[in-house]
Design a protein around this ligand. Structure first.
Ligand code: 5GP
Length: 262
C-alpha cells in the first residue's frame, strides 16, 4: 500500500491518502495535548504505544462482531484503515464519574454509576467540544435517529466488552470517548467505529490502587505517562520485550488449586 498526500492532521494523528481511495493511512504522533490544545508536549513513544494498543482493542472488538475501520497495522506508527467520513460527534461512555462530568454537575469524583452514562459532544475545537443533546443532534442534522439508535447500541456493546477485557488485567474502565464514521456499501450509507481506542481516549485506573494509567497523567501533571501506557500494553500482553522501566505494581491472578475429593 503506497502512502499518498496528507489529508488531515489532528492533535494526535495524521491521515494520509493511500493508492486505493477506499483506504487511508492513520499515523500516530507522539504529541500530547490537553485542555483544548492549551497544554502541549511531545511524549517519546506515545504514538507507537497507542498504535499497538488501539490495534489490539479494535481487533478484539472485530472478533466479537463490532465492526470498525481497522484493516491492519502497517508499521510501528501506522495503520491501514477504511476511509470513512467522521461524524462530528464525540461519543463518551462513563462507568465512574470523574473529569468534566464531576466539574459540570458537582458529582463526587469516583462515584460508581448504576448504569453506563452516554454523553455526546460536538467535535469543534473552537467551541471547546460542547456537550449536546439528542435533540441538538437531530435538530441540526448531525445524525439521523436510526444512526443514533444504532450507535447507542454499539456503545453499550463496546463498553461491556472493554470493561471485561480491562477488568481481566486488573484495570477499571472509568470512561472513554469514541468516534464513528459513515461509508458507502452497495449504494447505502453505513456506520462503523473509527478513530482509536487507547489510553489517550479512555480513563483507566488500576483496580487495587486507582492509579491512573491514561492521559490524565499528562492532563494532571502526574508524570510517567509512557510508563503507564507501557503498563497497559504489558497487561494486555502486547508488549513482550523487557523494558528497564519498573512496572507499576500488579500481581497476576493465580490459578486456584482444587483439592481432589478423598
Ligand atoms: P471528559 O469529558 O471527562 O474530559 O472526558 C471523558 C472521556 O472522554 C475521557 O476518557 C477522555 O479521555 C475522553 N475524551 C473526551 N474528549 C476527548 C478529546 O477531545 N480527546 C481525547 N483524546 N479524549 C477525549
Amino acid at each position: 500500500m503506497k502512502k499518498g498526500k496528507k489529508l488531515y492532521e489532528g492533535k494526535a494523528k495524521i491521515i494520509f491518502a493511500s493508492n486505493d481511495k477506499k483506504y487511508v493511512i492513520q499515523h500516530f504522533k507522539d504529541d500530547a495535548t490537553a485542555f483544548n490544545n492549551q497544554k502541549k508536549a511531545v511524549m517519546d513513544g506515545k504514538g507507537i504505544l497507542n498504535n499497538r494498543i488501539s490495534e489490539h482493542i479494535l481487533t478484539q472488538l472485530n472478533n466479537v462482531g463490532i465492526k470498525n475501520h481497522l484493516v491492519k497495522r502497517l508499521n510501528m506508527r501506522e495503520q491501514l484503515v477504511q476511509h470513512v467520513e467522521i461524524i462530528p460527534i464525540e461519543f463518551i461512555v462513563r462507568n465512574i464519574a470523574t473529569g468534566s462530568l464531576t466539574k459540570r454537575l458537582g458529582i463526587e469524583d469516583g462515584t460508581v454509576l448504576d448504569s453506563p452514562l452516554i454523553e455526546y459532544c460536538l467535535k469543534d475545537d473552537d467551541l471547546g467540544d460542547p456537550l449536546v443533546s439528542t435533540e441538538h443532534i437531530l435538530a441540526f442534522k448531525w445524525m439521523e435517529i436510526d444512526e443514533l439508535n444504532l450507535i447507542n447500541k454499539e456503545l453499550n456493546r463496546i463498553n461491556d466488552f472493554l470493561q471485561g477485557m480491562f477488568r481481566g488485567v486488573g484495570i477499571k474502565l472509568v470512561d472513554f470517548k469514541v468516534e464513528f464514521g459513515r461509508y458507502e456499501k452497495n449504494g447505502k450509507k453505513e456506520i462503523m467505529l473509527a478513530d482509536e481506542i487507547s489510553p489517550d481516549t479512555c480513563r483507566l485506573w488500576d483496580v487495587n490502587s486507582d492509579k491512573k494509567l491514561d492521559k490524565d497523567r499528562f492532563r494532571k501533571g502526574l508524570g510517567n505517562l509512557i510508563e503507564a501506557y507501557q503498563e497497559v500494553a504489558r497487561r494486555l500482553d502486547i508488549l513482550h520485550e523487557q523494558s528497564n522501566i519498573r512496572p507499576l505494581k500488579y500481581t497476576k491472578p493465580q490459578a486456584v488449586k482444587i483439592k481432589k475429593k478423598q
